[in-house]
Ligand binder design. Structure first.
Ligand SMILES: O=C(CO)[C@@H](O)[C@H](O)CF
Length: 536
């Protein structure tokens, strides 16, 4: 085989819900290698569906930690078999599904620091975990622990101001509290608790990696302003928790050099640096190269907004995390459950199942839809908590139906006005340099993106985000190598492929939507009060 040219690179890992993925990115920021191990397909013995086990109660959702360990063994062996030159790896970083937690058994650190390069990780780490099935982000079994935590710190809004979110069942502090309450013996035999991100970093480090500020913001435990654990939150969840978590670190930190295990077994250079791993969403923000004032809109099954914020306004909706690439700033995440499934339903009902007819309806109706407004929530919406379809005429009279074309525009304008209103409630403001980055299935429909540009008054770009968490992690590894030079992340990634401009605001759009947004906000409150019933 022809000698492969030497190609210095950084690796970006993603320990996601369904698979472990890796990309190799060279100094020109080109992705030249990618691989993955799919849990359901490649690790059948664990019996997961979508990478998880949903328990009989329908609320508890876990994943086997040894499945994650073995997936790393397999993917590294696949890379080795493909002839990947590990000696060229300058640094690596990674991401993990947020909120999940890993429980290292007392004594595990000795095993982790003295791994034999002759054996796979799984064989050596078999007995290193006090909890075999780790709670993950899909779990919703900790409602009681959420109420206890909010009560301990003065309520939901107080917790949100402190940690960036009100209590959420999937957030790690509440999961730890449940384990302490229901399995105190396992908790007492736990010397370290990692997030999925810091657990993965620990494997490469050969010692316990600290939690980074950004993924740590998804625990209901970290004070997001001071970037220290909240003693009130720790105390409300479990005893002696701080010693099990260790001190959190900035997300751009080099947490150490790669373990000798990987040097001897795979040929990594001993000076290969490990940059703190973070959550998948913060890593995606890095991969999409969001900058201050930008907003990323993922138009998928549910719609997700990533915001870059300088001064957050924590609220009872959405999540504020410490920013993964600028320690002085923040990011926000907003989830809208009625995303593409709602768009597909209206397409089927009002455009005979045709996206082309759907687009024609948007083209044939004007901005503002002659004052007609709609709320379309066939499943209980997260942001805000409303269910049902509610349509209003220009005179704010509720009606039971719209003509088909009006219905289609009311759906799309309503979805995007909701996004703008709730993003602004978290402190987001459109800036002159704002770019909207659209991803996900609906981002292939230019007419939908035109409405997005008009409602926000900002240009819309599309970007390939297939591997955004991995690529963002590789970018963060390069950024970690520049530690101490104060080089901003944007400078490090300036060679990366640019997003493609798809839509710019129609002239006059801001005047139309400025008025409509105010009506939308007012009507949303009216619907909320109707569906929530009168305040107690
Ligand atoms: O719970 C979430 C964010 O808060 C999910 O996006 C997980 O990070 C997916 F892994």
């Amino acid at each position: 085989m022809a000698e492969r040219a030497a190609r210095h690179c950084c690796l970006g890992w993603d320990f996601s819900t369904q698979q472990v993925k890796v990309v190799a990115v060279d100094a020109e920021l080109s992705v030249f290698y990618e691989d993955s191990v799919h849990f359901d397909r490649d690790l059948v013995e664990f019996g997961t569906q979508g990478g998880v086990h949903v328990h009989k109660d329908g609320l508890t959702v876990t994943s086997p930690v040894l499945m994650w360990v073995q997936a790393l063994d397999i993917i590294l062996e696949k890379m080795k078999a493909s002839g990947f030159d590990f000696s060229q790896v300058l640094a690596l970083s990674g991401a993990g599904q947020q909120h999940g937690s890993v429980y290292w058994k007392t004594g595990a650190s000795q095993v982790l620091t003295s791994l034999s390069p002759d054996l796979p990780l799984r064989e050596q780490l078999q007995a290193c975990f006090s909890i075999s099935n780790c709670p993950v982000w899909m779990d919703s079994s900790t409602a009681a622990q959420c109420r206890q935590l909010e009560a301990a710190v003065g309520g939901a809004q107080a917790l949100s101001l402190l940690t960036g979110s009100r209590a959420y069942e999937r957030f790690t502090g509440n999961q730890i509290a449940k384990i302490y309450q229901q399995n105190p013996e396992a908790y007492s035999h736990t010397e370290r608790i990692s997030l999925v991100s810091s657990f993965a970093a620990s494997l490469f480090l050969g010692s316990y990696s600290p939690v980074d500020y950004s993924d740590g913001s998804g625990m209901n435990l970290l004070q997001i302003q001071d970037k220290v654990w909240s003693q009130a939150c720790l105390g409300a969840c479990a005893p002696r928790l701080e010693e099990k978590l260790g001190r959190p670190v900035p997300s751009c930190s080099i947490v150490g050099a790669i373990s000798s295990y990987f040097v001897q077994r795979y040929g990594f250079p001993p000076e290969c640096k490990v940059v703190a791993f973070t959550g998948d969403n913060p890593a995606s923000l890095a991969g999409m190269r969001l900058e201050e004032g930008d907003i990323a809109v993922s138009l998928g099954t549910s719609d997700t907004l990533f915001l870059w914020l300088q001064e957050p306004t924590p609220a009872l909706e959405g999540h504020i995390f410490c920013n993964p690439v600028d320690p002085q700033h923040y990011m926000a995440l907003l989830c809208f459950k009625n995303g593409s499934l709602m768009r597909e339903k209206i397409r089927d009902e009002s455009a005979s199942g045709s996206w082309s007819k759907f687009s024609k309806a948007l083209q044939s109706t004007g901005m503002g839809n002659s004052g007609n407004l709609g709320f379309y929530f066939d499943v209980m919406e997260i942001t805000p908590e409303i269910i049902g379809r509610h349509r209003f005429t220009a005179e704010n009279h509720e009606v039971s139906a719209f003509p088909q074309d009006v219905e289609i525009r009311a759906l799309i304008e309503g979805q995007f006005m909701a996004k703008k209103i709730h993003a602004e409630a978290l402190g987001y403001r459109v800036m002159p340099k704002t770019k909207i980055l659209a991803t996900g299935g609906a981002s292939h429909n230019r007419d939908i993106l035109q409405v997005l540009a008009d409602v926000f008054g900002a240009p819309v770009y599309v970007i390939d985000t297939a591997n955004s968490a991995c690529v963002g992690s590789a970018y963060r590894a390069f950024h970690g190598l520049a530690a101490g030079t104060d080089m901003p992340f944007a400078e490090i990634v300036k060679l990366a492929p640019n997003p493609r401009l798809v839509a710019t605001p129609t002239p006059g759009a801001s005047q139309v939507y400025e008025a409509l947004l105010q009506r939308y906000a007012m009507l949303e409150q009216r619907v909320l009060s109707q569906t929530r019933g009168p305040p107690e």
